[in-house]
Design a protein around this ligand. Structure first.
Ligand SMILES: Cc1ncc(COP(=O)(O)O)c(C=O)c1O
Length: 410
């Protein structure tokens, strides 16, 4: 087998529809749905796969090079398996995850698109990379030696790897001064084949200058390796913000995450993106309280008039930040209604006094858009993040496992 096939099962001589681990076996891909027993509560996340495909289209048009989708952390909370399936069917060039176990979960679900494991921690489980045809990101000579030994031991073909270069993020990767050592180790171990060189930006969402500086450093390190006779066919750096901000950063592939899920990496950067996740619920109780009565733990909100209060079965254990207490909003009948009192573990109270004809069966949108008899509005992940002093990435990945994900395919 051509060594490149290891990293790209799609190029397997057995053909695109065969299972590389079990030649001839049919490839079963069941649609993923929340199980009935998970859905007693009306609180759920709806994942719109057509919006995912739309966002992939936006990214493909913006990117000069092939797009690899970043699906780490269960696809930023959306559900990695169904999203990977959708992207694979849309012909995405590759998928990036952080953890080896995330990659194995996708292979076990039948995903055969190339997968890059970016987190750099393999716990000595080198054989798993070979078994599941995954491409690891390495940055340390000891990793190269250990992987080479595994390849020799198993008699496998040379294994393609991507090498991470630290150009200013100071998180993971070999620095310029370590490049010679790393290159020399690669040259001594033909069992490990340099397929990619990558780096990651620290400030792509805020500074185009910093992107340029990091790319200059990336060029310097690339030149050092080239001088040793090491040419990487693929170089990559761009996260979502860099895709929209710097064409120079597109190199031979791009690695967007947040934009795939329809969130702009910075306000005003790519308005055509459409949020993939909507979180909705329905009231479990509606009550009237008199002026002067308070609501919730710590009695942090007191009614200034007779008020109608709805209790929503979603709380901070579902990923609704407690910092939205007395600050955030939800949408009911197409109109904003404020969160009142403190968000508790499983419940949140809403002041629906201004919502005409509100009823128990009304849909309440916590994240996403809603059109109803009273209007049309949207609560974005960015809005929730701003209220909570955090970023949209954290809001999405914090939607917890007890919120069932429903796939929508309109
Ligand atoms: C190495 C790497 N590349 C790409 C991404 C995608 O970033 P974003 O979600 O900002 O597009 C991430 C996410 O943090 C990452 O860690």
């Amino acid at each position: 087998m051509n060594p490149h096939d290891l990293a790209n099962p799609r190029r397997s001589p057995a053909g695109p529809n065969s299972n590389p681990r079990s030649p001839g076996a049919p490839r079963i891909m069941r649609p993923e749905r929340a199980r009935l027993q998970d859905c007693v509560r009306p609180t759920r996340a709806e994942i719109d796969l057509s919006k995912l495909r739309h966002n992939l289209g936006v990214l493909r048009r913006a990117s000069r090079s092939p797009v690899w989708g970043v699906l780490k952390a269960d696809a930023y909370g959306h559900g990695a398996k169904p999203l990977a399936r959708t992207l694979e069917r849309a012909g995405i060039a590759g998928i990036c995850v952080a953890l080896l176990e995330e990659a194995i979960e996708l292979r076990d679900a039948g995903i055969r698109t190339p997968i890059l494991v970016m987190g750099g921690f393999y716990g000595g489980a080198w054989s798993k990379l070979l078994e599941h045809q995954l491409t690891p990101v390495l940055f340390d000579p000891a990793q190269i030696e250990a992987l080479a030994e595994e390849v020799r031991f198993t008699g496998a073909s040379p294994m393609s790897v991507h090498i991470k270069i630290d150009t200013g993020m100071a998180r993971l990767g070999a620095t310029s001064s370590q490049a010679h050592d790393l290159g020399a180790t690669l040259l001594r171990h033909p069992e490990v084949k340099l397929e990619g060189l990558m780096t990651h930006f620290a400030c792509a969402d805020t500074s185009v200058e910093s992107i340029g500086q990091q790319l200059n450093e990336f060029d310097v390190v690339t030149a050092k390796l080239t001088a040793l006779g090491l040419e990487a066919p693929i170089r990559h750096a761009a996260n979502s913000a860099a895709v929209f901000r710097s064409e120079r950063s597109h190199l031979n592939m791009t690695r967007p995450g947040i934009a795939l899920f329809g969130v702009e990496p910075a306000a005003g950067m790519a308005a055509q993106l459409k949020p993939v996740m909507k979180v909705r619920s329905e009231f479990s109780a509606l009550r009237e309280i008199r002026e002067g009565n308070s609501v919730g733990y710590g009695a942090s909100w007191t009614a200034k008039r007779t008020s109608r209060i709805g209790t929503l079965p979603i709380g901070y254990a579902d990923g609704l930040p407690r910092s939205l207490s007395n600050r955030g909003h939800v949408l009911v009948r197409g109109k904003r209604a404020p969160i009142v009192g403190t968000v508790s573990m499983d419940m949140t109270m809403i002041d629906v006094t201004e919502i005409e004809n509100v009823g128990m069966a009304d849909e309440v949108v916590v994240l996403g858009e809603q059109t109803g008899p009273l209007g049309s509005d949207e609560i974005t992940a960015r809005e929730i993040a701003d209220h909570s002093g955090t970023i949209a990435w954290e809001i999405l990945t914090n939607i917890s496992r007890r919120v069932p994900r429903f796939l929508r395919e309109p």
